[in-house]
Design a protein around this ligand. Structure first.
Ligand code: NAD
Ligand code: TDX
Length: 350
């Protein structure tokens, strides 16, 4: 069965890997990428695949009802993979409304657009919503997030993602729209915008700038290679159950400080620096407001039911990621020109 898939946010970090996976793995599917090209969206992320005949790009906002309806009609969309979002927690602290607009209103708009076009004929239709483990809140030193863990979002970002998840489930229960949700842990890998911890630190090591660690660096995140996330989404779309949530995680917990120390060691090796050179750049700075202590996903449902497991170890994934940034310094330069310097100054003071 041919799928005409609307992918939102396909020019962003994770979205570009999802677009590439579907374009190359399923040449019989038509992929329509709707992206507003905010500061986080970049068509360069797709330059190796954007010539493929099954690919269409539309620049636009998911909040634009008319545009969404036009795309649904024109391309006879039967599957939506929804990734478009404002995604950076620090930005949500300074500008929460932008997160409510895109993450809540934008998701509602897409759901309404799909409902209108599909007109209750839901055979072979799917609304797949990409969400985050941050909706579950913050863990103490032990325990995991399960699919039935109660939502407890604590930042404007996670609150807006939680609201969007609830809307998706509301459309399932109220209108029987076929939906699936996945809640994933922290991703890392190529094309990651350098406002997030790992690419920001790689960029700063290359620039010999301070590596800002919030608080004491004891917060824990569970890191997953972005290509494994794209693979998990592919697996769930083809084999998952409607109305279900799947947790996706890397079984890979690191305190921020240990992670940055490992990154420094790998960077020194690759750059031919004296051991310990990059660690000297580590600088403890004021903590993030409401900084969640620990995230850790239990992904056993995905493993037991759909046989998905991460394919690379963290050391392999991190090494590949650093290699990508070293080979794509023009990409880094491009995305850090323009408004990035203003953002950086506002966030870090220099
Ligand atoms: P990103 O910020 O790199 O990319 C977001 C993309 O959405 C960009 O291309 C941007 O231009 C586009 N976009 C933003 N607002 C839009 C709008 N109003 N209309 C159309 N397009 C718009 O984000 P990411 O890290 O790739 O995250 C993608 C999705 O995955 C998000 O929904 C996020 O919540 C979720 N997620 C991210 C992570 C992570 O670690 N990055 C982990 C779990 C879940
Ligand atoms: O300069 C920094 N210094 C620092 O110590 C930055 C940018 C971050 N941090 C800390 C905060 C977090 O504990 O590093 C950790 C990771 O921070 P981010 O890279 O900003 O990611 P996080 O806040 O954990 O959220 C990410 O994972 C879940 C994504 O940005 C979200 O979109 C996703 O949903």
């Amino acid at each position: 069965m041919t799928k005409n898939i609307l992918i939102t946010g396909g020019a962003g970090f994770i979205g570009s890997h999802v677009v590439r996976r579907f374009l190359t793995q399923y040449p019989q599917y038509n992929i329509i990428n709707l992206d507003a090209l905010t500061y986080a969206g970049n068509l360069e992320n797709l330059k190796d695949v954007d010539h493929l005949p099954n690919y269409t790009f539309v620049k636009g906002d998911i909040c634009d009802r008319e545009l969404v309806e036009k795309i649904m009609n024109k391309h006879d969309i039967n599957t939506i993979i929804h990734l478009a979002a404002e995604s950076h927690v620090d930005r949500s602290i300074t500008d929460p409304l932008a997160f409510v607009n895109t993450n809540v209103m934008g998701t509602a708009n897409l759901l309404i657009g799909a409902k209108k076009y599909w007109q209750n004929d839901y055979s072979n239709k799917l609304f797949y919503h990409v969400s985050t483990d941050e909706v579950y809140g913050s863990l103490g030193e032990t325990g995991f997030f399960y699919e039935d863990t109660a939502y407890d979002p604590r930042s404007p970002y996670s609150a807006s993602k939680a609201a969007s998840d609830h809307l998706v489930m509301a459309f399932y229960h109220t209108y029987h729209m076929p939906v699936m949700i996945s809640n994933c842990s922290n991703n890392y890998g190529p094309n990651h915008f350098p406002e997030k911890l790992i690419p920001l630190s790689i960029h700063n090591i290359l620039q010999k700038k301070a590596l800002p660690i919030y608080g004491k660096g004891e917060n824990v995140r569970d890191w997953l290679y972005v290509i494994d996330h794209a693979l998990a989404i592919d697996t769930i779309i083809h084999n998952g159950k409607l109305g279900e949530t799947y947790n996706i995680g890397g079984h890979n917990e690191w305190t921020n400080i240990d992670l940055i120390r490992l990154l420094c060691t790998l960077m020194d090796q690759k750059l031919g620096n004296e051991p310990g050179t990059s660690e000297q750049l580590i600088t403890y700075v004021k903590d993030r407001a409401g900084h969640d202590l620990r995230y850790a996903i239990d992904a056993s449902k995905l493993k037991n039911e759909l046989d998905w497991m991460p394919s690379v170890t963290f050391e392999e994934g991190l090494s590949k990621t650093i290699d990508w940034y070293l080979e794509n310094q023009d990409w880094l330069e491009q995305v850090t020109s323009g408004d990035y310097a203003n953002y950086y100054k506002k966030q870090y003071g220099s």
